[in-house]
Design a protein around this ligand. Structure first.
Ligand code: PMV
Length: 310
């Protein structure tokens, strides 16, 4: 039997801006998906998915999951007709939009196969296999999710220009508590990204200024993380959120979550990921503050995940 793990992720800075080549900062979160691969007799594979989920998520992604697994097999040169295998997915990462669930499962599956069939792969190749698997879900993934899923920790990420490699730098920090508040609304990434592009094309000068402001925020955030200056990171998250409002990707439900978190003393709060639904991230150093913010969100009838970045 082979076991493998992949972490979930959250985007701390730079969603949407990353699409245009500006740097983003993402982190693995403590929730993870575990895959168990077991050699069996026969000439095919089977998958049993026992991950906890946002209702409907797994059914909706079923076809993409099968495509993804096929791509991982191909990348690894693994043929289930010769090596029949049973794959089980479990772990405490809730399969939902915005937490990197697909990348976490790809990393976990590649690792479990690596162990069960002694493929001798290092993390770098596991990461490439997970990236191939991500294509089954995303088409053209940026690579940030699978990197966070494989290596864990905090990541500075810059998308390469067409034909160029992405820049990925790992940043060591003291892990710090966060709360992810869930609007309960599943947003459509490609639709929201397309809307932002339209708005940008209609308002080039305004967007140039917003992009410049964001660039400064990203640089300052990297410095603040390096110095473990949590207060500054929080202020910069708030500033990043204001820019996300300007480009039109927040919504009433996200604003309510941000407001609740800030009222309860979160040092920073912003939407994370696609926006117009999905998740809010609040920086809440210390168990006590984390609990206070999470409980306040739950009191409004929304769900809250308590986890850590770094
Ligand atoms: O909603 P998520 O966690 O999949 O993040 C989407 C991030 C975007 O910047 C909006 C899109 C992208 O491809 O980077």
């Amino acid at each position: 039997m082979g076991r493998g793990t992949g972490y979930g992720k959250t985007i701390v800075f730079g969603e949407h801006f990353v699409v245009y080549g500006l740097p983003a900062i993402a982190s693995a979160i403590t929730g993870s998906t575990v895959a168990v691969a077991r050699r069996v007799s026969g000439h095919s594979y089977s998958i049993e998915d026992k991950r906890p989920e946002t209702p409907g998520y797994k059914e909706k992604k079923k076809e993409q999951q099968l495509d993804s697994i096929k791509r991982i097999f191909e990348f690894l040169g693994f043929d289930p007709k010769e090596n029949a295998v049973e794959i089980l997915l479990e772990g405490n990462l809730v399969a939902a939009s915005g937490v990197g669930a697909s990348a976490a499962s790809c990393a976990a599956i590649a690792r479990a196969l690596n162990e069960e069939f002694s493929l001798g792969l290092e993390d770098e190749e596991i990461n490439k296999a997970a990236y191939e698997g991500e294509k089954g879900y995303h088409g053209t993934p940026s690579g940030i999710d699978n990197t966070a899923a494989v290596y864990g920790g905090l990541i500075w990420f810059k998308k390469g220009l067409p034909g160029k490699e992405n820049t990925i730098q790992r940043v060591k920090i003291e892990p710090v508590e966060i709360v992810l508040g869930n609007t309960g609304i599943t947003s459509n990434t490609s639709e929201v990204v397309a809307d932002v592009r339209k708005k940008k094309e209609a308002n080039e000068r305004e967007f140039d200024k917003i992009f410049r402001d964001y660039g400064k925020i990203a640089e300052s955030a990297l410095g603040a993380f390096r110095e473990n200056d949590v207060e500054s990171v929080g202020k910069l998250m708030n500033e990043n959120h204001s820019l996300l409002q300007k480009i039109g990707v927040s919504c009433k439900e996200l604003e309510e979550l941000v407001e609740t978190a800030r009222e309860q003393g979160a040092v920073g709060a912003k939407l994370t990921g696609t926006g117009r639904g999905g998740l809010m991230i609040a920086l809440t150093p210390g168990k006590e503050l984390q609990e206070k913010v999470a409980e306040a969100i739950e009191a409004t009838g929304k769900t809250a995940f308590r986890t850590k970045i770094g």
